[in-house]
Design a protein around this ligand. Structure first.
Ligand code: NDP
Length: 287
């Protein structure tokens, strides 16, 4: 009779729900970390249309998923189905990472935390003046984490005043320590000279258009750190212009890797090697 331990073929399941989601590289990055560490986890990118989210979540519960990422257009609508929200998601009112904890599905928001981890690897945010270009979900998450990390003031610059107004109305009462203001974006924006950190949180610059963010080139100075959340391409036209002006730059790859790293820690409790994830993303985008 054999005494060897039986082999288990079962994997812990993690999903990524979005629509469209075909171009989202998270699976390749996270699975690379799972495989590197020999973890019995399987990450599955799944196209879920808005009307199917309820059924998809029922499937998650039935199949006992450890958790999942959710991306556009589910970051807000998923909250209807969850058992509870972690503090980050409560303030931001959007969820990008769901974790099964003691049988309950809890919504987290790791986007801003991922950005902050990336930022603090190159700069100290405490007391800094920040310009954020954009007022969508990513801008909201980044604003919250920067405020909690101790930046002095944030100016939100956005095309539509309604979206920026909503963002400020939601956040200012929750972040009384922060000076938060709004500038409507008309034409080429002139960055105020006292700005320490500029962050592009719009989708302007994404491949394949790779458009230039409408910012006045001459208002960028070497004392500024210029960041872009866009991952594809990592070196956006905006970051190229900032480098030509002598600024330090930070691309969106670190944010993507860090939010994935935080998700893996929440799902499994394991600190994976972030370099494996960085390498996979840079391989995908040839950067
Ligand atoms: P949203 O759709 O919620 O917001 C998009 C923002 O971009 C809005 O403020 C919108 O302005 C602005 N915008 C779009 N087109 C233009 C334009 N032509 N000129 C000026 N402003 C424009 O998207 P998210 O906030 O979720 O994501 C924004 C970007 O951040 C995406 O490109 C995404 O790739 C990136 N991202 C990166 C992550 C990472 O891990 N690195 C994580 C999450 C996001 P308006 O309100 O006026 O329409």
């Amino acid at each position: 009779m054999s005494t060897s331990k039986p082999i288990s073929f079962r994997k812990e399941l993690i999903g990524n729900f979005g629509f469209p989601v075909w171009d989202n590289p998270t699976e390749a990055m996270v699975q690379a970390a799972f495989d590197h560490h020999g973890m019995a986890y399987r990450y599955v990118t799944t196209e879920v249309k808005p009307h199917a989210l309820k059924d998809a979540f029922a499937g998650v519960k039935a199949m006992g998923y450890r958790g999942f990422n959710c991306t556009i257009p589910h970051k807000v609508s998923i909250m209807t189905y969850l058992d509870d929200l972690a503090p980050s998601a409560q303030i931001i009112q959007a969820v990008n990472c769901v974790v099964k904890e003691n049988g309950k599905y809890i919504g987290h928001n790791t986007d801003g935390q991922g950005f902050l981890k990336s930022l603090t690897s190159v700069a100290d945010p405490v007391g800094k003046s920040v310009v954020i270009l954009g007022a969508g979900g990513a801008a909201l998450a980044v604003t919250v984490e920067l405020a909690l990390a101790g930046v002095k003031e944030i100016t939100i610059v956005n095309r539509s005043s309604s979206r920026a107004g909503e963002l400020i109305d939601v956040l200012q009462p929750k972040l009384p320590m922060l000076t938060l203001s709004f500038v409507q974006w008309n034409g080429s924006f002139v960055i105020p000279a006292n700005t320490d950190i500029v962050i592009n949180c719009t989708s302007v610059g994404l491949s394949p258009e790779m458009a230039m963010v409408p910012v006045d080139r001459d208002s960028l100075f070497p004392h500024m750190l210029v960041c872009d959340l866009i991952v594809n391409p990592p070196k956006t036209p905006f970051l190229q212009m900032a480098e030509q002006r002598g600024c330090r730059v930070l691309d969106g790859v670190g944010m993507l890797v860090n939010q994935g790293w935080i998700g893996i820690k929440l799902w499994s409790g394991i600190d994976v090697d972030a370099q494996i994830m960085h390498a996979k993303i840079r391989e995908i985008y040839n950067a």
